[in-house]
Design a protein around this ligand. Structure first.
Ligand SMILES: NC(=O)c1ccc[n+]([C@@H]2O[C@H](COP(=O)([O-])OP(=O)(O)OC[C@H]3O[C@@H](n4cnc5c(N)ncnc54)[C@H](O)[C@@H]3O)[C@@H](O)[C@H]2O)c1
Length: 320
């Protein structure tokens, strides 16, 4: 299979590329640009396409010249950048999704797999959030995720593009950037693993759903490969584990007793975190395409510790 990954130079895109290469797929990474060394061990093993998702001509060029069987549509402005630049987010995340789906229809791409988010749900949702639940986000990022889910369903039903989305929680793993409200979950593990102090900006009671990057990639691969006949919908909740910040710290301290973590709440960050789901019901994904996570909180901490001790490679050191 030939797969094109939009946003392929990013955190999840590079991990996904490694997974697809390992099973013998051809991989094309499309991104707004690549800096020297960015692709690490992927260099020379993948094709690249430089292009802006916000420009239909760029997306058409990439799909026309590479003719992928499937597109994994990951390219986006993430939550913090989207709220700082909502107009830019509209063009990249909303126009960009239309461009990907329409180019797929025009050039006969068989499947489009999309990374939606827990941010597609608004505040006040039940705990756990069921797969089918009102999606009334209060952010441009969340709106763009709901838009793409619905547009993808339309293309799937009426225009012959087989669209599948997973609603990812906050993803943990080395190589993940430090921006956004969910970054506390990365720093709570990564900083102690590196022997650095961390002042955690949320309250110890804070709880959001988390998933290790290897499992995020596994979810994308599983939902891509699932026979359509077994799928009853286009968008699926997935999650790994859902500890409080205090429970995370306790688990880190069990492995890194000298961890120096203090809590000092940033009310703005706390308000964002409090508007997100606490946990997701992912039973539809489990029943329809065999989803289950393989890495728990302790396994995640072990992997961060391995990276801090100098292990390398995708899934350990990450691609960037
Ligand atoms: N990381 C998480 O915790 C998380 C959680 C839920 C959903 N997601 C979703 O997963 C996807 C990938 O996230 P990530 O963590 O790898 O983010 P990332 O920022 O590392 O990767 C996104 C990539 O998109 C590219 N991009 C941005 N604007 C572009 C444009 N105009 N044209 C082409 N490429 C452009 C960026 O250069 C970047 O390489 C995103 O759709 C994100 O919304 C991520």
């Amino acid at each position: 299979m030939k797969a094109l990954i939009t946003g392929g130079g990013g955190f999840i895109g590079q991990h996904l590329a490694s997974e697809l290469l390992a099973r013998g797929d051809q991989v094309v990474l499309m991104d707004i640009g690549f800096h020297p060394g960015q692709l690490g061990p992927l260099e020379g093993r993948v094709a690249t396409a430089v292009g802006n998702l916000a420009l239909f001509t760029d997306v058409l060029d990439a799909v026309r010249s590479h003719r992928p069987d499937s597109i994994f549509h990951l390219g986006a402005l993430l939550s913090a950048s989207a709220e700082e630049n909502p107009i830019g987010a509209y063009h990249v995340n909303i126009d960009g999704s239309f461009h990907v789906l329409e180019a797929s229809r025009m050039f006969g791409v068989k499947k489009v797999v999309y990374t939606s988010s827990i941010a597609s749900f608004g505040p006040g949702v039940p705990d756990p959030v069921p797969n089918e639940c009102d999606q009334k986000p209060t952010t441009m990022y969340g709106v763009s995720k709901v838009f793409t889910e619905r547009l993808g369903e339309y293309y799937s039903r009426d225009l012959g593009v087989d669209f599948r989305a997973v609603r990812l929680p906050s993803i943990l793993g080395a190589g993940r950037g430090g921006g956004g409200a969910s970054a506390y979950s990365t720093f709570l593990i990564d900083k102690p693993a590196r022997g650095q102090p961390f002042e955690c900006f949320c309250e110890p009671r804070t709880r959001i759903p988390l998933l290790y990057v290897d499992d995020a990639v596994r979810a994308l691969r599983l939902v891509h490969d699932a026979p359509r006949a077994g799928l009853k919908r286009c968008a699926y909740n997935v999650q790994g584990f859902s500890p409080t910040a205090q429970q995370m710290l306790d688990a880190v301290k069990a492995k890194v007793p000298r961890a120096e973590v203090t809590f000092k709440t940033d009310p703005k960050m706390q308000a964002i975190l409090d508007s997100w789901p606490r946990s997701l019901d992912d039973s539809a994904a489990r029943e329809e395409w065999g989803w289950s996570p393989t890495v728990d909180l302790n396994g995640t901490i072990d992997r961060y510790l391995a990276v801090a001790r100098g292990a390398t490679g995708p899934g350990a050191a990450g691609g960037r």
